[in-house]
Write a protein that binds this ligand. Structure first.
Ligand code: NAD
Length: 261
């Protein structure tokens, strides 16, 4: 249990990849703060299960990642109730698929706020605590779309490229403070976020569900398999180990070979 005594905040962890991060940190004894939206009873069940796994505390905080004040309050709450934060994972994200001329401005603004700006505010709030502790791990879920583009995802690709730049910058700013800052860039991971974009992609490209799965999503991935949330979380856990302390400012692909092509 190498994370015993440490605390981790994982944004957007009520489902998908975020919940997988929370589970691996809890399994190593960390106290965790989960965040995101969803059914209250289902969230409480996950929270209680995390506490049972870790033997430490697990909190749920409903901070909306579009709200900088709520983000700062989330970090202060973690510090007050659990200590740290020692680990932050910027993971909350949404998607919208449409050509630029049809892209609703409110969707564009929401994607930039949730997928990109929130990570800047999280880092601004957490770095002073990490510097004082002389230890910290900052991990962001970027995407293969931090390295390459796809049509009809202008806001998402813009946000994820931004995460890659933010990662490099804060890695340089914290390099002598015992803090590492990295992003993980998954290819297609089977989660509610991917499921949700299938109808829009069918509409935008005039395709059937099967065509979207095989000709759009998995066509990019040479392995022809979806990445799993557990594979992404395993890399995040490794980044928290002392053996990973020289990995900083990196953008690590877990994409079945997508960006090698
Ligand atoms: P998901 O839809 O399962 O999870 C998204 C999480 O973000 C949920 O917990 C949701 O409640 C939360 N969220 C949404 N809006 C929020 C807000 N305003 N404030 C707080 N939380 C909010 O999706 P996922 O696939 O697990 O995605 C997680 C991250 O991984 C995202 O950043 C996504 O861009 C990235 N990613 C996903 C894939 C993929 O194929 N699924 C690939 C690459 C990167």
């Amino acid at each position: 249990m190498f994370l015993k005594g440490k605390s981790a905040i994982i944004t957007g962890s009520t489902s998908g990849i975020g919940l997988a991060y929370a589970k691996v940190f809890a399994a190593e004894g960390a106290s965790v703060v989960i965040n995101g939206f969803g059914d209250a009873a289902a969230i409480e069940k996950e929270r209680a299960a995390l506490e049972a796994t870790s033997g430490a505390r697990a909190l749920y905080d409903a901070a909306d990642m579009t709200d900088p004040a709520a983000i700062a309050a989330l970090v202060r709450r973690c510090h007050g109730e659990l200590g740290g934060p020692d680990i932050i994972v910027n993971n909350a994200g949404i998607q919208h698929v449409a050509p630029i001329e049809d892209f609703p401005a409110d969707k564009f603004e929401a994607i930039i706020k949730i997928n990109l700006t929130s990570a800047w505010y999280m880092m601004q709030a957490a770095v002073p605590y990490m510097k004082a502790a002389k230890w910290g791990r900052i991990i962001s879920t970027a995407s293969a779309h931090s390295l390459v583009a796809s049509p009809n995802k202008s806001a998402y690709v813009m946000a994820k490229h931004g995460i890659a730049g933010l990662t490099k910058t804060i890695a340089l700013e914290t390099a002598t403070d015992g803090i590492t800052v990295n992003c993980i860039s998954p290819g297609y991971v089977w989660t509610p976020l991917v499921e949700g974009q299938i109808p829009d992609t069918m509409k935008a490209r005039g395709l059937t569900r099967e065509q979207v799965l095989n000709d759009v999503l998995l066509s990019a991935q040479p392995t022809k398999e979806f990445v799993t949330p557990e594979q992404v979380a395993a890399l995040a856990l490794f980044l928290c180990r002392d053996e990973a302390k020289s990995i900083t400012g990196a953008n690590l692909s877990v994409d079945g070979g997508w960006t090698a092509a």
